[in-house]
Design a protein around this ligand. Structure first.
Ligand code: BEZ
Length: 250
């Protein structure tokens, strides 16, 4: 996976559904007053703040300096850190939480080793990420358009969307006991900016590798390919999201 750059304003405008739809995984986390919780990939801190409302002590961590600045502006305590190299002592947290982030992590094994290390005994890792089949139509359309611009490989290696079976095995290899694991299809209505807004926000890294004119062509052609499948008669766009949600204990 290549480095992803984030624009907090575009994320707020085109991606606010990410935290708005996180109720299920937050319920699975069930944070308790006084617990120490790490929000791994806290982004702009929206969910970190919601976890803090439970009375837990929450720290956000994110690999994007822009997102850390945005989280701190929201009053959230957050540190700039990569998931594969967490700057925290062993057995610091009761829970590690993560929403819509793990599919961006390049080295899953290094990340899982770090998460296991910073969790206390009987600690829990509660997360939701893209699962097998996530954004399948978007991915296929984008790969097909990017073939013409020599960038298909970049899209193919952008994210990791495992099956429940393979991620359970991976967690177990790192010493976790998987308590719950579910693959959940979740077609997701996009805001008014539609598929164009989604591409410009969540494929910013891929698109920025292209000169301006080519980039605009790629966006236009991808949107046109996807229109018959993901846009309804009323003009609303729905992204073909599939979530992988789990609770794993140390
Ligand atoms: C996701 O949350 O599943 C996702 C978001 C943007 C790009 C890829 C996946």
């Amino acid at each position: 996976m290549a480095t992803q750059t984030w624009d907090p304003l575009a994320y707020e405008r085109n991606g606010s559904f990410v935290h708005a739809l996180a109720g299920g995984v937050l319920e699975w986390l069930d944070p308790q007053p006084g617990e120490y919780v790490l929000d791994l990939g806290c982004g702009d801190g929206q969910l970190t703040r919601r976890i803090a409302e439970s009375g837990a002590h929450v720290l956000g961590a994110d690999a994007s300096a822009e997102m850390i600045a945005s989280a701190r502006e929201r009053g959230v305590e957050a540190e700039h850190a990569r998931a594969e190299a967490l700057p925290f002592r062993n057995a610091t947290f009761d829970a590690v939480f993560s929403n819509a982030v793990l599919h961006w992590v390049r080295d899953q094994d290094a990340m899982l080793e770090q998460v296991h290390r910073v969790l206390k005994g009987s600690g829990r890792f509660v997360a939701e990420m893209g699962g097998h089949g996530n954004i399948a139509a978007i991915h296929v359309a984008l790969v097909s358009v990017l073939e013409k611009h020599g960038l298909a490989q970049r899209e193919k290696s952008e994210n990791y969307f495992p099956t429940a079976e393979s991620y359970s095995e991976r967690l177990e290899r790192h010493g976790f006991k998987v308590e719950q694991m579910a693959l959940i299809p979740r077609p997701t209505r996009l805001p008014e900016s539609g598929m164009e807004g989604w591409l410009r926000t969540f494929r910013r890294g891929v698109l920025e590798a292209l000169p301006f004119k080519e980039r605009e062509t790629v966006v236009r052609e991808t949107v046109a390919l996807l229109e018959p499948a993901l846009r309804d008669e009323a003009g609303n766009w729905t992204a073909d999201y599939v979530r992988l949600r789990f609770i794993a204990k140390t």
